[in-house]
Design a protein around this ligand. Structure first.
Ligand code: PLP
Length: 400
């Protein structure tokens, strides 16, 4: 059997038509098949590889930490240098009072932890999130998702969490539905899977105000927007609003599986009692993952990656905004949706991308736009070259 046949036979699949591209190696903004075909990874493994594939700083940190120690009991008892150093650096970069970091393994888990923390701290049960938001696939995080097609994504998996209500993102009136019984409001500062929807001016501030009035925890899901993606180290800084809890993952692990929910020490400490061990984990904050994440963040800082994100995003936008079939470009930094206004066109362009060496993707709740979220390390030449390929594909959309 070929590797592809073994993949189809033995790898659990959730899509009836997988891409089936075989990956041999990856470097910078590219990955390569065993036949040597090169692909621009314009989604960075879905906003993970901010510092590029095979970044030497990350590889060296992983190798060194693996040689020192890999797994020991990770949570709460032993003092482990990679965890402590990473938590300290992240706390220094985040606005006050976000200085207490609970490491987990993934984005979904970061959301689960944040929800529990908000319930525990407020003593309330009602939770709110946004329509067209994606926060993960576990039961808790899935409960916080509300798709535009109604309950399609969730119906087969009911019962999910009770007492969850959904607001419309960017709708100021809806904010008044937050009340004194609401434990938390979970929101992506820029909605990702909705097809990249930035916040309206003053919207996040209005959410913050209402949460302050009602004693509700404001939770930002910065799993996709964090670590420079939107042109600030965290989107909360770009939009000038500090949440009570923030969730990180994806680029946070520098390519390794790592997430975190982060709050003030006062709020976080509520997980110490009633019950003791209010949240525990076997692998969260694995030393090798923390070493990788720390090295990636240090590389990001040392090379001033964030400073150039807006300019690079603009370069893509300028090159593509007047291209054939492009109706609109929605963007925050290097998180971008190129709107074609038709799922048929999107389907055709994806197939052309596959032939022509471009890795893109659509969005969970938007099947009319393709995604561009390359490594932040992408050069101007690589942007121009990838745009030339994209333009050629757009011009040939009806030639297939
Ligand atoms: N939150 C957001 C905004 C995401 O984009 C994702 C993943 O795409 C998640 C949460 C879930 O993260 P994970 O897949 O690591 O569980």
């Amino acid at each position: 059997m070929t590797l592809r046949q073994q993949f189809l036979a033995h790898i659990g699949q959730t899509s009836p038509e997988p891409l089936l591209l075989e990956v041999e190696r990856a470097e910078g903004v590219f990955f390569y098949t065993p036949q040597g075909k090169r692909y621009y990874d314009l989604i960075s493994g879905v906003s993970v590889n901010n510092v590029g594939h095979a970044n030497p700083a990350v590889i060296s940190a992983v190798q060194m930490q693996a040689a020192d120690y890999m797994h020991v009991m990770v949570y709460g008892e032993l003092v482990e240098r990679p965890q402590v150093q990473y938590a300290k650096l992240i706390s220094e970069l985040l606005p006050d009072p976000l200085d207490s970091v609970y490491f987990v393994n993934s984005g979904s888990e970061a959301v689960e932890g944040a929800l529990k923390l908000a319930k525990r701290y407020t003593g309330r049960h009602k939770m709110m999130s946004m329509h067209c938001a994606y926060h993960g696939s576990n039961h808790g995080s899935l409960s916080m998702m509300a798709s535009p097609e109604g309950d399609t994504w969730k119906a087969p998996f009911q019962p999910l969490l009770p007492n969850v209500e959904y607001l419309w993102f960017n709708n100021f009136d809806d904010i008044n539905r937050i009340d004194e019984e609401t434990a938390c409001v979970l929101v992506e500062p820029v909605q990702g899977e909705a097809g990249v929807i930035p916040p309206k001016e003053g919207y996040l501030q209005a959410l913050r105000r209402r949460c302050d009035e009602t004693g509700t925890m404001l939770i930002f899901d910065e799993i996709q927007t964090g670590l420079g993606r939107t042109g600030a180290m965290f989107a909360m800084q770009k939009y000038g609003v500090t949440p009570d809890i923030v969730c990180l993952a994806k680029a946070f692990g520098g390519g390794m599986p790592l997430g975190a929910f982060i709050s003030s020490k006062e709020i976080m400490d509520s997980l110490q009692s009633n019950p003791v061990l209010g949240h525990i984990t076997t692998f969260g904050g694995h030393p090798v993952c923390c070493a990788a994440g720390l090295a990636a963040l240090q590389y990001n800082i040392d090379n001033h990656l964030v400073d150039n994100v807006e300019e690079k995003g603009k370069r893509y936008e300028e090159a593509l905004k007047n291209a054939p079939h492009v109706q609109e470009i929605r963007r925050s930094g290097l998180l971008m949706a190129v709107e074609l206004g038709s799922s048929d066109k999107l389907f055709k362009i994806m197939s052309l991308f596959k032939e022509n060496g471009i890795m893109s993707d659509w969005f969970l709740f938007c099947d009319t736009a393709f995604r561009i979220s390359p490594p932040l390390t992408i050069s101007e030449e690589e942007i121009d070259d990838s745009c030339r390929i994209i333009l050629r594909c757009l011009e040939n959309i009806y030639e297939q």
